[in-house]
Design a protein around this ligand. Structure first.
Ligand code: HEC
Ligand code: HEC
Length: 192
């Protein structure tokens, strides 16, 4: 059920935050705990763990509130965020949204990259994620995100197994063959 109700949860999360839009100081221990997986500067060096630097503030707030409520994220993150106040989630989100996304140095497969570029353009992914794929509001940054994470997430949306995921994205991928996800993931991950 919750899988399907992703859109509604996101809306609730947004409402929740908007009534409490004040910031609390960030406890250094919290940042250190996040850094263990997401990197000191929000750029992840761990396969399967996304970078969170330079993500839109609203996307971060929604994701973190929903994780705290147990409908998104991993069990580790749910436990870490349990009982964390809204004001601190607002501050955490602001912090990571202001850090610079730094894609890891990785080789570019020109053919795959160009194929990905074409599919993304034809599928109008930029109409929501912005033409440079830096994201806005509740739409996450795709540029510079880890390749294997992007691929896995697209497969999760395709097979309706993205926990707490927005059904808008399953619809956006409709009609794109799964073989094309690899090219899309390669393309986005190599964008600065
Ligand atoms: C044990 C490792 C670990 C720790 C610690 C951790 N995370 Fe995560 N985080 C992950 C993994 C793995 C994912 C991918 C889960 C998914 O697919 O939604 C993730 C996903 C996220 C996302 C979604 C990013 C996206 O682009 O979809 C955000 C935001 C996030 N974490 C923030 C945090 C914050 C803030 C903290 C500290 C309070 C934290 N995480 C602590 C492993 C961790
Ligand atoms: C109608 C707007 C819309 C369009 C068009 C769209 N997206 Fe999204 N996308 C979203 C939203 C909203 C999210 C966040 C969903 C969530 O929170 O579960 C998202 C999330 C994603 C994510 C997860 C990233 C992360 O860090 O968690 C990927 C990957 C993605 N989109 C790829 C694409 C691709 C590829 C296309 C083009 C085929 C596309 N999107 C088109 C709205 C859109």
């Amino acid at each position: 059920m919750l899988l399907r109700a992703g859109g509604r949860w996101a809306l609730l999360a947004a409402l929740f935050i908007s009534v409490a839009h004040a910031q609390a100081p960030l406890p250094p221990a919290r940042l250190k705990a996040c850094a263990a997986c997401h990197g000191e500067d929000g750029n992840s060096a761990i396969a399967g763990t996304p970078s969170i630097a330079g993500q839109p503030r609203i996307f971060l707030e929604n994701y973190l509130v929903m994780t705290r409520e147990g409908v998104r994220g991993s069990e580790v993150m749910q436990a870490m965020l349990k009982g964390v106040r809204d004001t601190e989630i607002v501050a955490l989100s602001k912090h990571y949204s202001e850090l610079k996304a730094r894609p890891p140095a990785a080789t570019v497969d020109r053919n795959l990259f160009e194929r990905g570029r074409g599919i993304a353009a034809r599928s109008r992914c930029g109409s929501c994620h912005l033409p440079n794929y830096s994201g806005r509001e509740q739409m996450p940054r795709l540029a510079g995100q880890r390749e294997e994470f992007l691929l896995e997430v697209m497969l999760q949306y395709r097979h309706n197994r993205r926990k707490g995921g927005d059904t808008m994205m399953s619809a956006a991928l409709y009609g794109i063959p799964e073989e094309d996800f690899k090219a899309l993931a390669h393309y986005f991950s190599r964008l600065k």
